[in-house]
Design a protein around this ligand. Structure first.
Ligand code: UDP
Ligand code: MG
Length: 170
């Protein structure tokens, strides 16, 4: 067994703004070049019920962000297909969140995906009544990652292989 305890899987969703701007390849490269590898990937256009489960049942978004933000986000996520990816590598959940950056692109650190590929504030998004377009979803905790992965992928859609670059990492 080559896998160690610290190796985790996390869910990344390339949102409608990534797909619609045709920058999916670039964004996937940002993850891959750090050593994360794809364990599963698919394109889909989920229903409202699906996103309700993702954002509220798992993500408790209404209590954290309010009903208005939640409804806006649902509408924004329904605009185009999305691409769901499972990335795997050392402490992947925390690491991927760091690469992605904080929720509001305006507040995200330079060098993160949400900073580098967008400039948008909560205030502006609220004013024009949209979910803040911030390109990617990433699981917020190990528990959230497990639930989100189980929600989107069947066991047989997730692949277990040892990437060649791991010859240099252990
Ligand atoms: N969101 C928004 N307005 C808000 C809060 C959140 O449009 O005031 C959107 C934003 O796209 C965010 C998503 O809803 O990525 C989910 O919110 P969450 O608090 O889980 O942020 P994340 O975990 O994505 O950083
Ligand atoms: Mg979240």
């Amino acid at each position: 067994m080559w896998k160690m305890a610290k190796i985790q899987r996390t869910l990344v969703v390339l949102k409608p703004d990534s797909v619609g701007r045709s920058i999916v390849g670039e964004i996937i490269s940002r993850f891959e070049r750090t050593g994360l590898h794809i364990a599963a990937m698919k394109m889909l256009q989920p229903s409202k019920d699906f996103f309700y489960y993702h954002y509220e049942t798992i993500g408790t978004m209404i209590s954290r962000r309010g009903e208005k933000a939640f409804n806006r986000q649902l509408n924004t996520m329904m605009k185009m297909p999305v691409i769901a990816i499972i990335f795997e590598w050392v402490e992947a959940v925390e690491y991927v969140r760091k690469l992605v950056g904080s929720t509001e692109p305006k507040a995200a650190a330079p060098g993160t995906i949400r900073w580098d590929y967008a400039h948008m504030s909560f205030d502006y998004a609220d004013e024009v009544d949209i979910g803040v377009p911030n390109l990617v979803h990433a699981s917020g905790s190990v528990e959230e990652a497990e639930k989100e992965i189980a929600h989107r992928f069947k066991k047989e859609e997730i692949f277990d292989y040892k990437p060649l670059h791991h010859a240099f990492t252990r």
